[in-house]
Every structure is written in structure tokens, then in C-alpha cells.
Design a protein around this ligand. Structure first.
Ligand code: TMP
Length: 237
């Protein structure tokens, strides 16, 4: 595999072409942002942890029947993935009230929801990723009804699988954000990353936050939290 030109630099990752037109190389950075890039910082070692955690979880999900973009981990920070056209939706699943859900609906953080819930944001930094519903997504031409149905089905399946996985690590999966992409033949697959940047993960016993909220909220112990959640994942075997 030959690492080609850099195609894109995002907030937490860079994407490179390869000598295979169907494959891309994703390189995870230690850079961290929050509030649509307003807050900037570095979390030492984050890129390595997010790369390895995302790859482990994607492989786990593949085995459980969720197709993903994952192909092969190349080194600590770099992973080969299938080239996709990203569906411009941030798909958020929540089990417990936190963050923007608590704020919007006046529900105390930590409240168990009566059922898992899903929401979509239009992935558009200029607009600040506004919340939208299925009809908005259709009206804006972001995805077809069939794609939205597939995405919802996979998102809830990911939730069930990852809830059980993290439970066995002594961790509560509070909420998370997924992104999906289209392969060249139109097949929908899970893409982007699943990491402490994109999930809320709380110690099941103490409630301690083991995710990016420590950075967002200036809580301290950010690096330690990333290392601890990685240890929990590795202990799972
Ligand atoms: P929220 O409560 O701020 O809406 O976040 C919900 C979940 O989505 C949480 O696990 C963090 C994740 N998330 C991202 O991955 N990227 C984002 O840009 C935002 C706002 C949230």
C-alpha cells in the first residue's frame, strides 16, 4: 500500500489517497476541538487510542453483522478504510440524558431514557450542524428514504451491541455519534470513527466520565481518562 497525496484534513484526522482507488488511509491526530472548532487543544496520545479503539469496535460490529469501512490497521495512527461518500448526517443515539439533550429538553444529566432515541444533525460546520428530522434530510436530498431506514436500523443495532460490549467492561454507554458512507456501489456502511471523542462513556460504578467531555468541560484528567477507557477495552480481550 502506497500512501498518496493528502485529500483532506479534518479536526481530528487526515485522509490520504492510496494506490488503490477504492481505499483511503486515515491518520488520527492528537488535536481536539469542541463547540464547532471554537475550543482547540491537544490530547496527548489521543490519536493512537482513537485509532485502535475505533478499529477494535468496528471489527466487533462487523462480526455482529454491521458493515463498516474498516479494512486494516497499518500502524498506531494510520488505518486503511474503504473509500466512501459520507452521508452528511451526524446520527446520534442516546440511552441516558446528557449534553445537548439535557439542555434542550430540561432533563437532568444522568436520567435513564425510557427508550433509546435517535436524532440527526445536518453535517455542515458553517451552519453549526443543525438538528434535522427525516423529512428535512429527504427535502435537502441528503439521503434517500431507503438509506435513512438502513442507517436507523444499523444505528440501533450498533447501540445494542456496543451497550453490551461496554457493560462487560464496567462502562455505561450514555450516547454516541455515528456517520455512515456509501461505497461506490451505493451500499451503506458505518464510517468515520467510534472513540471517546464521539461517545459518552461513564464508569458504571462511579459515574466518572471517561470521554471527551473532560476536555469540553475543562474537567482535567483528560489524558488519563482516554488511557483508562483504552485499558477497559483491552481488558475485555
Ligand atoms: P451532544 O449531547 O453534545 O449533542 O452530543 C451527543 C453525542 O455526540 C456525544 O456522545 C458526543 C457526540 N458528538 C460528536 O461526536 N461530535 C460533535 O460534534 C458533537 C456536538 C457531539
Amino acid at each position: 500500500m502506497v500512501k498518496g497525496e493528502q485529500l483532506y484534513e479534518g479536526k481530528a484526522k487526515k485522509v490520504f489517497a492510496t494506490d488503490d482507488p477504492e481505499l483511503l488511509l486515515v491518520s488520527y491526530k492528537d488535536d481536539a476541538t469542541a463547540f464547532n472548532g471554537l475550543k482547540k487543544g491537544t490530547i496527548a496520545g489521543k490519536g493512537v487510542i482513537n485509532n485502535k479503539m475505533s478499529n477494535a469496535l468496528m471489527q466487533y460490529l462487523e462480526k455482529k453483522g454491521v458493515p463498516t469501512h474498516y479494512v486494516e490497521e497499518i500502524n498506531d495512527r494510520d488505518t486503511l478504510v474503504k473509500k466512501v461518500q459520507i452521508v452528511p448526517l451526524e446520527v446520534i443515539i442516546r440511552n441516558i440524558a446528557a449534553g445537548s439533550f439535557s439542555k434542550h429538553y430540561g432533563v437532568e444529566e444522568g436520567t435513564l431514557l425510557k427508550a433509546p432515541t435517535i436524532e440527526f444533525s445536518y453535517k455542515n460546520d458553517e451552519l453549526g450542524d443543525p438538528l434535522i428530522n427525516d423529512y428535512h434530510a429527504l427535502a435537502l436530498g441528503l439521503a434517500t428514504q431507503e438509506e435513512i431506514d438502513t442507517i436507523k436500523k444499523y444505528a440501533f443495532k450498533v447501540n445494542e451491541e456496543l451497550k453490551a460490549f461496554w457493560k462487560s467492561c464496567g462502562v455505561t454507554l450514555v450516547d454516541f455519534k455515528l456517520e455512515f458512507g456509501r461505497l461506490s456501489d451505493g451500499t451503506i456502511v458505518l464510517a468515520d470513527e467510534i472513540s471517546p471523542d464521539t461517545c459518552r462513556l461513564w464508569d458504571s460504578e462511579t459515574g466518572m466520565k471517561l470521554d471527551k467531555d473532560r476536555f469540553r468541560r475543562d474537567m482535567g484528567g483528560v489524558e488519563d481518562a482516554y488511557q483508562e477507557i483504552m485499558r477497559r477495552l483491552q481488558a475485555h480481550g
